[in-house]
Design a protein around this ligand. Sequence first.
Ligand code: 5GP
Length: 184
Amino acid sequence: MSPSPTGEVLISSERLAGRVTELGAQISRDYADKDLVMVGVLRGAVVFIADLLRSLDVACEIDFMAVSSYGSSRDSSGVVRILKDLDDSITGRDVLIVEDIVDSGLTLNYLMRNLRARDPASLEVCALLTKPERRRVDVPIRYTGFEIPNTFVVGYGLDHAQQYRHLAHVAELPEDVDPGSGTR
Ligand code: 5GP
């Protein structure tokens, strides 16, 4: 694969677009008769949810949450603070959490427990990326974009110290950059 201004390109923009289209078709079929609300997790999922939304052909609302997990971006602690809550109620609605990447699973595990307590009609997860090797808690991911190896990635909304979100592809960080200092 070709090098990029960051590290090695892991997933090209063409592959991302193709997979997002597939996920959109699958979600459209599954939610044809439902009351879908997609909940984007700020800030990393912004690019993904924007593309996913446009690949749907069912009615859908979107809302956003921002959370910060204590610890470095590389190793989340599982203790999560809500920085921005949903604007609207999800009680009785069909909620799909849209995440950028599931690493240990601790953030998502917290989010699912928090949102389930609000009595949605259903609660599922769509994650663009997942790193199965790093999982510390089992979280049910209904829709997965790509499984990736245990490496720190940026681009397509994902950052390192707030940089690289604009890249149209997903790339590895170069080896000389310490991933430990990043943020959500
Ligand atoms: P978890 O709680 O699953 O360990 O962490 C999930 C969050 O950690 C993601 O939403 C993301 O903000 C951050 N994260 C985990 N792995 C990566 C990565 O490879 N790159 C970036 N940019 N963020 C990551």
